[in-house]
Design a binder for this molecule. Structure first.
Ligand code: GLU
Length: 467
């Protein structure tokens, strides 16, 4: 890379335009719009984006839509939507490769004219001749930022079709010509392109353009070390968005798929990611997609959301799930929100985890009902607890807790045999916020009525299920 002379050595003040041209990093995301945006693709976009922002450089988008049969407008829209959702803003208008055919063909013609390419009938259409780039003899080499010096004997690399016999430029030609045209300084892409890169550096040389830096990112794999695909779970950006992941959490998680800033630092906002990002700290080994960790990370971002924002999302999610968050007024709703923000991992879970606060006709998790309610002696315990709670003068969490624990001690019943049935009876769930806070918030009347309802359901032996 070119180094600008030090200030002190300059006789005239530095020309800012020149400086920018010498120093500025320009990178691009170059997806082929042939389907939904896979997490591996968007991770490439994220690394390019973080690198550009860290370096005060430029981040560009090039839509590689030369394959007219497989490229679709819907897929282009998918790319733009995914980037907008994650806030991966670009610095220039996107380049659409399909508009650049003439430029690609001109380069092919020039290579032909200079004897660096030749025509041959590849027999694929019978309509004409393909243009083939002659791979020079010797060795093909380039330096990868992560993998170091990579070399391959040219004997192992067959000559390269750059224009098909139907006149269409091939990916390799279009990719290289457009990277040159866009002034790309660093090509950051998946390591499935390494074999292509050997050919691409030969093309750069033949064209007479400087070879950019290459950084090939390790694959994203499943728990068996195989490429992560939709068979392993959600694999497309749109699915994560629709499930209710927060864009900043998703951005943070994907940045850690292959990169880390060190010091066990994991939860970072966008600016921190930008500040700390460097290509040198990308791991060269494959990175394993871990849904549990992504979920945990989303929970961290949920907790950190301004209360107002969480509250808006909470209400929306509840109403999407068919609950009326207004039934008990604003103060009650605000208390539930405060209690649940701590423990919400996904918008999509809110109906299931918080719906019971807003209806008396809530359903039950069948497993929790079986384990905690449909057992001998549970009805007796619940009836006694109801009696106890009904007699309390106030219903603060402390009072309820003291009463329940006291009852257990006096009757020699382990506290688990009291709190577990109580929780499922009053919420339908086996997990949730602190039980006593939850009961206090629900209030004495509703808690007692819910216990009665649970006892009646135990008697019938059937529980309405949570949707
Ligand atoms: N369209 C290619 C892909 O999606 C681009 C590769 C590149 O970044 O150069 O794999």
């Amino acid at each position: 890379m070119l180094i600008a002379p030090k200030q002190a050595e300059l006789a005239i003040p530095p020309d800012p335009f020149l400086e920018r041209n010498v120093m500025s990093v320009r990178v691009r995301f170059a997806p082929s719009p042939t389907g939904q945006v896979h997490i591996g693709n968007i991770r490439t976009a994220i690394f390019n984006y973080l690198f550009a922002r860290h370096e005060n450089g430029e981040f560009l988008l090039r839509v590689e839509d030369t394959d007219r049969e497989r490229s679709t407008d819907a897929a282009v829209k998918g790319v733009l939507d995914a980037m907008a959702w994650l806030g991966l803003d670009v610095d220039e208008e996107p380049m659409y490769q399909s508009t650049r055919t003439d430029a690609h063909l001109a380069v092919a013609q020039d290579l032909l004219d200079r004897g660096l390419a030749y025509k041959a009938d590849k027999g694929d259409t019978g309509k004409g001749e393909a243009i083939i780039f002659r791979i020079p003899e010797g060795s093909l080499r380039f330096t990868d930022v992560l993998k170091g010096e990579l070399t391959k004997s040219a004997e192992d690399v067959p000559d390269l079709v750059i224009v098909r016999s139907n006149g269409a430029p091939v990916f390799h030609l279009a990719n290289v010509v457009d990277d040159i045209e866009m002034g790309i300084t660093h090509v950051i892409r998946g390591d499935d392109h390494i074999e292509n890169t050997y050919r691409h550096v030969a093309l750069y040389d033949a064209i007479g353009a400087p070879v950019p830096s290459f950084c090939h990112l390790p694959m994203i794999v499943n728990q068996h070390g195989k490429p992560y695909s939709k068979r392993d779970g959600s694999a497309f950006v749109g699915e994560f968005r629709d499930t209710g992941f927060l864009p900043d959490a998703f951005l943070n998680y994907l940045s850690l798929l292959g990169w880390s800033p060190g010091d066990d630092l994991e939860v970072m906002d966008r600016q921190r990611l930008i500040d700390l990002f460097s290509l040198e700290r990308i791991r060269s080994s494959a990175s394993q997609m871990d849904m549990k960790k992504l979920m945990w990370m989303n929970g961290e971002f949920m907790r950190a959301l301004p209360r107002e924002m969480f509250s808006t999302g909470f209400e929306q999610s509840l109403s999407d799930a068919g609950f009326d968050s207004e039934v008990h007024g604003d103060a009650y709703k605000a208390s539930v929100v405060a209690l649940m923000q701590e423990r919400t991992k996904l918008w999509a879970d809110i109906g299931r985890d918080s719906g019971f606060f807003f209806t008396e006709a809530f359903g039950f998790d069948p497993k929790a009902a079986r384990k905690r309610l449909q057992k001998d002696g549970v009805t007796e315990v619940l009836v006694a607890l109801r009696e106890l709670l009904l007699g309390l003068q106030d219903f603060s969490d402390v009072t309820v807790e003291t009463a329940v624990r006291g009852y257990g001690e006096a009757n020699d019943i382990p506290v688990g045999s009291l709190v577990n049935p109580l929780r499922v009876a009053c919420s339908g769930l086996g997990h949730g916020p602190g039980l006593f806070e939850m009961l206090s918030l629900l209030g004495q009347d509703r808690v007692c009525a819910r216990i009665e309802r649970a006892c009646a359901l135990i008697l019938t032996g059937t529980f309405p299920e949570i949707p």
